[in-house]
Write a protein that binds this ligand. Structure first.
Ligand SMILES: C[S@@+](CC[C@H](N)C(=O)[O-])C[C@H]1O[C@@H](n2cnc3c(N)ncnc32)[C@H](O)[C@@H]1O
Length: 370
């Protein structure tokens, strides 16, 4: 038995994590019922071993060749079987068998997303830690990454998956190159994006068209000043009364200048003016956010005259002052901006000489409207 177990564990390690199979649900249930009806744990395990063998051999009695069955991740399924095989008592084995049946027959979701909590182990791609170390920008989708100051698609992807259901509405008042809306389109969410910069908006619209619209969602990117923009009118025109998720990625004050327009937050004369302008965008949008729903703000800090200016924390305070509940402060790594990439040594010298640390992180602040 021990040898058999070791072999199984080895095959588990070899299993390609992404491998999916389609299981015949009624056959699986019969198998689990049959095992559970056995008089002792030894016979229970024999039945589970047979099931595991059948799955591994892709026996057509249990695996369907086409996506007619229930999609499962093979490595997770095998781990669950291993748990049954490691049970010391029949009672425990039957408990795991019953739990497996629940995973396949019941759907339990929260009010804010489509994550099936009965199969929570399947969602390996969804982050739950507050530290996001992302090595590379995702290459999926029609994102070009051309816009200096854009964010990586993984950020809106994570927020959209965590805080919306299919068919809901996401609004981004600083949409830039359209990263949020491309992700909306890919994930079947409607989206409204606003940006001051005409050229950027035109390019973003083109990229969005290239993405295709498999879910037939309504997506709109418009040129506008989010401080004065009529978000209510725009979402009403799209057929909505309220917003399900707000994503904001404002300029990090003046560290990148996005235009010469004085309505642009990157042209705010002082940091105080920057917070005031940011606060106005919050005031324009928050009243339209549904109660119990989320706002994600992506922001980094800046240096000015030898001093670290915690833009992120000040913006966080602006939002908390408006009664939203802080749910998480996520710290995300970032690599050198294009400007600093060729000046690594110089920045290291400056840091050593100047008593500061080089920025390597930004924040994703998560709030809930109660
Ligand atoms: C950090 S970028 C957002 C990038 C975006 N997340 C992307 O992936 O491309 C900030 C954007 O805010 C826009 N912006 C600045 N002030 C604005 C305002 N008052 N109204 C609307 N957009 C504004 C800038 O034009 C810029 O595109």
């Amino acid at each position: 038995m021990e040898n058999k177990k070791q072999l199984f564990e080895t095959s588990l390690r070899k299993t390609n994590k992404k491998e999916k199979i389609f299981i015949n649900q009624s056959k699986l249930f019969n198998w689990l019922d049959e095992a559970s009806s056995k008089p002792d744990i030894k016979q229970f395990k024999e039945e589970i071993w047979k099931l595991k063998d059948a799955v591994e051999k892709e026996d057509t009695g249990i695996i369907l060749s086409q996506p007619n069955g229930v999609e499962i991740k093979l490595d997770i399924f095998k781990k669950d079987l291993l748990q049954m095989l490691e049970s010391n008592t029949l009672e425990r084995g039957k408990y795991y068998a019953k739990r497996m049946k629940k995973q396949f027959s019941e759907v339990k979701t929260s009010k804010v997303n489509d994550i099936n909590l009965r199969r929570w182990k399947d969602y390996e791609d969804i982050y739950t830690d507050s530290l996001w170390v992302i090595k590379q920008r995702s290459k999926e989708g029609s994102h070009l990454g051309w816009y200096w100051g854009n964010f990586i698609p993984q950020i809106p992807y994570q927020l959209i998956r965590r805080y919306t259901k299919k068919g809901e509405l996401v609004v981004d008042p600083f949409v830039g190159s359209g990263t949020t809306l491309i992700e909306c389109q890919r994930l079947g969410r409607h989206g409204l994006g606003v940006d001051l910069n005409i050229e950027t908006v035109e390019k973003a619209q083109k990229q969005l068209e290239l993405e295709g619209n498999g879910f037939q969602v309504k997506n709109k990117i418009v040129v506008g000043d989010s401080i004065n923009f009529d978000f209510e009118k725009s979402i009403n025109e799209m057929g909505f009364k309220a917003i399900d998720l707000l994503i904001m990625h404002p300029p990090y004050h003046d560290i990148i200048s996005f235009s010469e327009d004085n309505r642009d937050l990157s042209n705010a004369e002082t940091t105080e003016k920057f917070f005031e302008m940011f606060g106005k965008v919050v005031d324009k949008t928050i009243p339209l956010l549904k109660k119990g729903r989320y706002l994600g703000v992506v922001i980094g800090d800046k240096y000015s005259q030898g001093e670290w200016i915690p833009l992120g924390f000040y913006c966080m305070q602006e939002i908390m002052n408006r009664g939203l509940l802080l749910k998480s402060i996520v710290v995300k790594n970032f690599e050198e901006t294009k400007g600093k990439r060729n000046q690594k040594a110089l920045w290291r010298y400056r840091a050593l000489a100047g008593g500061f640390y080089i920025f390597k992180h930004e924040y994703i602040l998560i709030f809930r409207k109660s």
